[in-house]
Ligand binder design. Structure first.
Ligand SMILES: *[C@@H]1O[C@H](CO)[C@@H](O)[C@H](O)[C@H]1NC(C)=O
Ligand SMILES: *[C@@H]1O[C@H](CO)[C@@H](O)[C@H](O)[C@H]1NC(C)=O
Ligand SMILES: *[C@@H]1O[C@H](CO)[C@@H](O)[C@H](O)[C@H]1NC(C)=O
Length: 437
């Protein structure tokens, strides 16, 4: 969603619905309180999750990348010295610190929750359902939105306790309406081929601690709205949903990893309304216009706490713009591979800080679209104050990044500033960002 009119995505209970007597025991004041309370708690959590020294987080991230690569090189050296050269050819390679943390371990399936410790960047503290039980999705249907059936994805995500959600088999889930994810959940599709497609979107609203890993999300449509459960304690009427892939609204500690996303009705991922502590990593994005939107309103100062890491993603075929489009906050865009865009890659308004490091940018053939960056709603004498920096990016086919901000402020004059791995690393280490397990 985008625009000046950021509408609340939930309706407080109205007399109309009481009159239609769909529900019994619903109390207006109580329902009003429900969302009001959740919004306030969520903003307090977002403020607590905000890191006062974001450069410490970018440094931490870059250090982890250097270490992972050094370890991978050592592994290779060791393997080459060994006798089983044939085995070496088939070995599992994970050169980025997130994947290295779990992916090459033969028994990762027995230790799924280890993933919760593998996050990096601003979303690194997302614990998901680490402290909860496993719940296995066996049923792809999505019939009852108020009392979801046991075995469905919807049943799992609305529980009030932490859950680590996995899938019994490959499946396509067509959501009838928005899927409201409650706090402390991991959706872990490793080992199964799970598509969320042809239906409504995933919504992460006023909650915290969510990990989404390994989903294919595509062809998402706007939803009509209606009565939808968001937690065990509560369900209520929701208005139409936009048809984003994933909508993150007033939420914190969110990590989206290894998702493949394309062709949704609105954004692929929107993070808005005071959301923060987010990492989007190892995803493959394609065939879409508005890809990633961080902050939807130039007037919502709550978004100044927004801190997002975008790392190890492949921005691929058929993409147009917003990879990402940022407002207000601090954005670390690092070691991504941009092979396609039609208008621009990284844009923003309202003085966001954008640190672009070690990405590869291949500009499209069109002469007018070589610039990676785009500023909106500001004259040059205003935007030249914004800190937008490019360091170690690999620029191909005429791509250029227009930097701004005083070079010797913040990140780049710190003596402890750690350079990212250069853009050459971004594509050599990411040939196939979707893990085929
Ligand atoms: C790589 O191997 C060398 C030599 O064995 C060792 O000194 C170094 O600490 C290793 N580096 C990493 C990151 O494991
Ligand atoms: C989520 O888990 C954390 C850590 O265990 C806990 O403090 C928090 O209250 C949980 N949130 C909800 C909404 O249950
Ligand atoms: C910022 O958050 C507070 C607390 O939830 C809310 O009252 C206020 O309306 C928000 N500001 C905007 C511009 O949305």
């Amino acid at each position: 969603m985008e625009g000046l009119h950021t509408k609340p995505r939930f309706f407080l209970f109205s007399l109309f619905f009481l009159a239609s007597a769909v529900l019994s025991g619903a109390d207006i004041a109580e329902l009003d309180d429900h969302w009001q309370k959740k919004a306030e708690e969520a903003l307090a959590r977002s403020r607590a999750a905000y890191h006062p020294d974001p450069e410490a987080v970018t440094n931490h991230f870059n250090t982890a990348v250097h270490l992972a690569l050094a370890q991978a090189r050592n592994d290779t050296r060791r393997a080459l010295r060994g006798v089983h050269a044939d085995k070496f050819k088939r070995r599992c390679v994970a050169t980025n610190p997130i994947d290295r943390c779990w992916r090459c371990q033969k028994n990762w399936m027995k230790h799924r929750k280890k993933l919760a410790k593998c996050g990096k960047g601003f979303g690194r503290n997302a614990a998901g359902g680490k402290d909860g039980d496993f719940y296995v999705v066996t049923d792809p249907s999505d019939g009852d939105l108020v009392n979801p059936k046991y075995g469905t994805l919807r049943w799992g995500v609305v529980q009030d306790r932490p859950l680590w959600i996995v899938f019994a088999r490959d499946m396509i889930i067509r959501l009838s309406e928005e899927l409201m994810i409650n706090s402390n959940k991991t959706i872990d599709a490793r080992g199964a081929n799970v598509h969320i497609a042809y239906g409504a979107q995933i919504t992460i609203q006023f909650v915290h601690n969510v990990i989404i890993h390994g989903l294919h999300i595509h062809d998402i449509k706007p939803g009509n709205g209606g009565m939808i459960r968001d937690s065990l304690q509560h369900f209520g009427f929701r208005t139409k949903s936009d048809g984003d892939g994933i909508s993150i609204y007033g939420s914190s500690d969110v990590w989206i990893d290894h998702c493949s996303m394309r062709n949704c009705a609105d954004g692929l991922i929107d993070a808005i309304e005071g959301s923060t502590a987010i990492t989007i990593s190892n995803c493959h994005f394609s065939h879409h216009n508005d890809v990633l939107l961080f902050g939807a309103s130039d007037s919502n100062e709550n978004d100044s706490i927004m801190q997002v890491t975008v790392a190890f993603n492949h921005f691929g075929r058929g993409l147009v713009q917003r990879m990402p489009r940022c407002r207000w906050g601090f954005f670390h865009v690092v070691n991504n591979d941009y092979t396609h865009w039609m208008m621009y890659a990284i844009g923003g308004s309202q003085h966001p800080t954008i640190i672009s490091q070690g990405n590869r940018f291949i500009a499209p053939p069109m002469r007018f679209a070589k610039e990676i960056t785009k500023r909106d709603y500001a004259t040059e004498d205003v935007w030249k104050q914004w800190t937008w920096r490019s360091e170690g990016d690999l620029l191909q086919n005429g791509a250029f990044f227009r930097e701004s901000g005083t070079p010797n402020t913040r990140t780049f004059d710190r003596r402890d500033f750690i350079k990212a791995k250069p853009g050459t690393y971004s594509y050599s280490s990411m040939k196939s960002p979707m893990s085929q397990l």
